[in-house]
Design a protein around this ligand. Sequence first.
Ligand SMILES: C[S@@+](CC[C@H](N)C(=O)[O-])C[C@H]1O[C@@H](n2cnc3c(N)ncnc32)[C@H](O)[C@@H]1O
Length: 222
Amino acid sequence: MDKQKEYDRFFEESNTGTLDGYCNVDFIDLYEKAILKLETKTKRLVDVGCGSGNRLFDFYNRAGIEYYGVEKSINFINGSKHKDKISQLDLTNPQYFSRFNEIMHNLNFLNYDTISLFGGVINGFIDKNQRDIGWKNIEKMLRNDTYLILHSLGDRRWYCSGNIGKCLKLVNDDVFPNQYLYSRNELCNIFKQHNMKILNEYNLDLPAATLKHSFFVIRKSS
Ligand SMILES: C[S@@+](CC[C@H](N)C(=O)[O-])C[C@H]1O[C@@H](n2cnc3c(N)ncnc32)[C@H](O)[C@@H]1O
């Protein structure tokens, strides 16, 4: 099956409990907390690809961050205890940005100060055309006064040396889909192409696995 369809079907057809398990719902990375609290000092956050919100929304409440989530999978939203704080939107849809603006306007939330894509949302852009649309939509959401926090999943066998990424399954399980694991060079080219400059970058290698987590704090380049 087409790898993009396989990814989309996984999120549309698995139950929220199973998906939350794969998203490590009981775990918030220290970098996520530190960036939001100490670096971007976020007060109004749009969490793009928020999933069920079960992993991070309670933390946002405790940290005094106002937030709203958008998520592609209606299945994930319907199974969430936070569904009143999430709208269904697909970043890889060409109409995404006008719909996003309309929703933020209606919520009186257009003055968001940070956009986050945590948990490897960009690794779900598998199809090349969809990936291009997704990055264009991310660029459109970013204003001069807005921070963008990106969390990218990578594979350290090619993250630093490769020119482009590869599709790979991160969990050895028949139903688990492939994700697109970028190389750093490719991400930097994408950032340049979309007028984004890196303010800070944090990398985390877990022992005994090839998985690499990279967090980027980004601003619009002038
Ligand atoms: C691994 S989950 C992470 C969920 C949440 N951000 C977290 O960190 O706990 C990846 C999420 O990205 C969402 N996603 C992937 N592609 C997307 C797209 N094109 N538009 C919106 N959400 C998307 C998936 O549906 C899924 O909920």
